[in-house]
Design a protein around this ligand. Sequence first.
Ligand SMILES: [Fe+2]
Length: 401
Amino acid sequence: MTDTLNLTPDERDAELDLNQLKQLVGLVEYDAATDRFPVTGWDAIVFDVGNATMTANYYQLVWGMDLVAYAGPETGQRDHKSFVLKSGSIRFVINGAVDPDSVLADHHRRHGDGVIDIALEVPDVDKCIEQARRAGATVLVEPHDASDEHGTVRTAAIATYGETRHTLVDRSRYDGPYLPGYRPAESSRVRRPGEPKRLFQALDHIVGNVELGRMDEWVGFYNKVMGFVNMAEFVGDDIATDYSALMSKVVANGNHRVKFPLNEPAVSKHKSQIDEYLEFYRGPGAQHLAVATNDILATVDALRANGVEFLDTPDSYYEDPELRARIGEVRVPIEELQSRGILVDRDEDGYLLQIFTKPLGDRPTVFFELIERHGSLGFGKGNFKALFEAIEREQERRGNL
Ligand SMILES: [Fe+2]
């Protein structure tokens, strides 16, 4: 049995505690030695946005992230600006075109602000690419080294849904701030007195919206190409309201650090939220990023004070006697959750608290979830109906229902 449950270097840097992390994102033991495509965890979430300079500021000022690295015209990268931000073990890379002829500008015109790359940390890039090729995946970038005075990083990339990719990164021989070509950078903002060190610690899951009828194909991709295992399964009626319906299955890497729920629209009376996403993103893509916090109440209060808008949860949700009976005792009184609109779900393993933001950009596409797990390894299945009803009220306001 290979012991894979060690902190990653990013988690060590962030001073995360292994036991706390196990609870925070639901890590499990597994045998990496038999894994054909071993994945250690997340490396970076790379965004293409219309204005990286301002977006990077937004994530620092509003979401409390720290700027750690930068590349752009000043560092010899003429095509685009790239800001690297961290919060706990999470790394975001915010890219925006400088040159109007940049491929990023074309991508942005089609998709708007969104995730272009879900980069994963792997111990052996070549082994993964060999397996990916054998299993029929599209290899976008062959394995290669990049070096500077901090050492060498080996990367390669494969295609996943839509125009999204997985770059595979082995940074075990590298101690620079991000990748060769980036220089260290620091936030110029000053933290307010009493402001917490960070508002969230780790990434829990990223949901992908895929085409109608193709969810099982993408589940198969993650099973066959990347050796991911199936987790909870939601199908059809489980998460249908009168208007919105979707099918969803969840795959995870061996240690469950990386979890990908995959949604496809299901037939319903009106356009579902997945259809709306597919229309405005012009195809499949990453729908929401769930970030883990060990104090969702404080995080929600801080984010709201910074201007983040969350989906409303109807009072009826909290007053529903069925819900009260189902969720039992949680760490705070229900009234504390209700006043903030935080949802709660329970399964046989425990419970979780969660809340969803409104879409962050101009298009009704990418949004965030905050999640605080207490034993539950689920994704809030019990909340989907309550949540969808709230989303539909927003869709109706946009005239897209
Ligand atoms: Fe989620």
